[in-house]
Design a protein around this ligand. Structure first.
Ligand code: GLN
Length: 549
């Protein structure tokens, strides 16, 4: 029988509920408990797949092809276990299920209402993962902030579950903000008191209060929060700003968050936390020996959440290489032939990001050309891979108008074309080629060196693909399709053997990078960037060069 922890948020959004939930899960996992985390989002979209990255950040894709909230990426990166569709539920999905059932006649004769029909469906889904028998603890993060109209049914579902379950099987952790008023030189607890009161009015009382703060909370302050919010003083947990999200589990360990949770859930006989791998990762992260500068070429660079998994995969790969990875964001719309060298000259590696639509693609193609010609390590992901193919077609094969039919439906050389099965699809939500697919790797290729295995599985999210009609032309000209889907023959990886490191992948390798399993292409890309940087220094410093010889 699984136990349930609900994580709510108060005062303001963006406090990092996902990181707190993931950190708590990590600590419980490190003590030998099997945990998973799920997120319930109050918006009406059935999933975040149709949301603009500017609006909601990256869309995280699971192995089973669910388009989900980016917090699921944190859950996977922390816990090192894959999430699935069941781990992310929205109001839209809840209503869709209830309305479909109503149309089927499941509620014949009854008025379908928020309570009990919507709340029952929320509760059913909240308990779903616990029924699998795989987990000891299910942590449920409630999206939004307490007091929002749209999160009311979720809070009500938690209230009912708390009432239905034995006390030791269910608890609520509330994350709030303790603002520091510079003028008064004081931390303020009132917003927290209000938010706990609001939650209590909705019938849910928190067992633990986690306080985001820029300044340490002293014992008096903790006591004050405890008294006014009606929790034990040891249940007031300080969550100071950390320099890396990966430090948060250790901070929570110090504060005893896991112990108070275990006590409330009456879980006895748990092991001491085993965090050796985590600590060694943090050590490498905090004390790098070298540094590389990587250019991230994309069009959503104003919002860092749009490339969340890529940025995190760089952190994991940097730690493996004991190397600080500095990311320089380059807006693809502003890259032109005249300024490309100036913009990219200080880089040690170039990553062309995924994306949709025509805006900014010409800049991406120019950047690929620069990397190819200047032997700058290159890594293209999804649209980034497609841009590498187009660049090669235009500048090496000499097909000046080569393009993807996504951007130019009339091109005479559609080197990237809509996948066959996509041609009849009209609806937008959940209809891309999504989720994990196997890929067979060509022996002796760069991809083979990187993965050190013949068959891999990576996650996808796209509609267009390499046009196999042109395969022989590319191969004859020197671009190698080094990974293919065994069933369909779709090209998943392209590379250039006459370049020190040039690889483009149709899938999203960043989605599978975790602290304990850094993604191998990212690891090798950073290694290549380090070598590129070393060569540059050797050339700039002849003394070093002669020492190297
Ligand atoms: N727009 C491209 C496609 O759908 C690439 C998608 C992506 O980068 N995720 O094929």
């Amino acid at each position: 029988m699984a136990k349930y922890i609900f994580v709510t948020g108060g005062v303001t959004s963006s406090l990092g509920k996902g990181i707190i939930a993931a950190s708590l899960a990590k600590l419980l996992q490190s003590r030998g408990l099997k945990c998973t985390i799920q997120k319930f989002d109050p918006y009406i979209n059935v999933d975040p797949g149709t949301l603009n990255p500017y609006e909601h950040g990256e869309c995280f894709v699971t192995d089973d092809g669910a388009e989900t909230d980016l917090d699921l990426g944190h859950y996977e990166r922390f816990l090192n276990i894959p999430a699935s569709q069941a781990n992310n539920v929205t109001t839209g999905r809840i209503y869709q299920t209830v309305i479909n059932k109503e149309r089927e006649g499941a509620y014949l004769g009854k008025t379908v209402q928020v309570i009990p029909h919507i709340t029952d469906e929320i509760k059913r889904r909240m308990l779903l993962l616990g029924k699998e028998g795989k987990y000891d603890i299910i942590i449920t993060e409630l999206g939004g902030t307490v007091g929002d109209i749209e999160s009311l049914p979720f809070v009500e579902a938690v209230r009912q579950l708390q009432w239905e379950m034995p006390e030791e099987d269910c608890m609520v952790v509330h994350l709030t903000l303790i603002p520091y008023l510079n003028a008064a030189k004081e931390l303020k607890t009132k917003p927290t008191q209000h938010s706990v009161r609001m939650l209590s009015q909705e019938g849910v009382h928190p067992d633990v209060i986690v306080c985001r703060t820029e300044q340490p909370l002293n014992n008096d302050l903790k006591k004050k929060i405890a008294l006014f919010c009606n929790v034990k003083p040891e249940a007031v947990i300080e969550a100071m700003d950390a320099s890396s999200i990966y430090e948060v589990p250790l901070k929570m360990l110090q504060e005893g968050l896991d112990v108070i949770v275990l006590k409330k859930l009456q879980i006895n006989g748990y092991a001491a936390p085993e965090l050796t791998k985590w600590r060694s990762f943090l050590d490498k992260l905090q004390y790098p020996k070298t540094k590389v500068t990587i250019g991230l070429i994309g069009k959503y660079i104003e919002l860092q959440d749009a490339y969340k998994s890529i940025l995190e995969a760089f952190i994991h790969a940097g730690a493996v290489n004991e190397c600080k990875v500095k990311i320089v964001n380059v807006h693809s719309e502003f890259i032109t032939d005249d300024i490309v060298a100036d913009k990219l000259k200080d880089l040690d590696g170039l990553l062309v990001a995924p994306g949709f639509g025509h805006r900014g693609v010409e800049g991406k193609i120019i950047a690929v050309k620069y990397a190819r010609e200047n032997k700058l390590p290159f890594f293209g992901i999804c649209l980034g891979m497609q841009m590498a193919v187009i660049e090669y077609a235009r500048n090496v094969l000499g097909w000046a108008d080569a393009h993807s039919t996504e951007m130019d439906s009339k091109t005479t050389h559609p080197v990237i074309d809509l996948m066959e099965e996509q041609k009849t699809i009209q609806a937008k939500g959940g209809t891309m080629r999504l989720g994990a697919y196997p890929c067979e790797i060509k022996e002796g290729s760069l991809a083979h060196t990187i993965y050190d295995t013949k068959t891999i599985s990576e996650r996808h999210r796209h509609r267009w693909e390499f046009n196999n009609k042109y395969m022989a032309d590319f191969e004859n000209a020197g671009m190698v399709p080094s990974g293919k889907n065994p069933a369909s023959g779709l090209v998943e990886i392209v590379e250039l053997p006459d370049h020190p490191f040039f690889i483009g992948v149709q899938y999203h390798p960043e989605l599978k990078s975790t602290v304990e399993n850094p993604q191998p292409i990212f690891v090798h890309f950073i290694k290549a960037a380090k070598e590129f940087a070393e060569k540059k220094t050797a050339i700039k410093n002849p003394l070093l060069q002669s020492e190297m010889i």
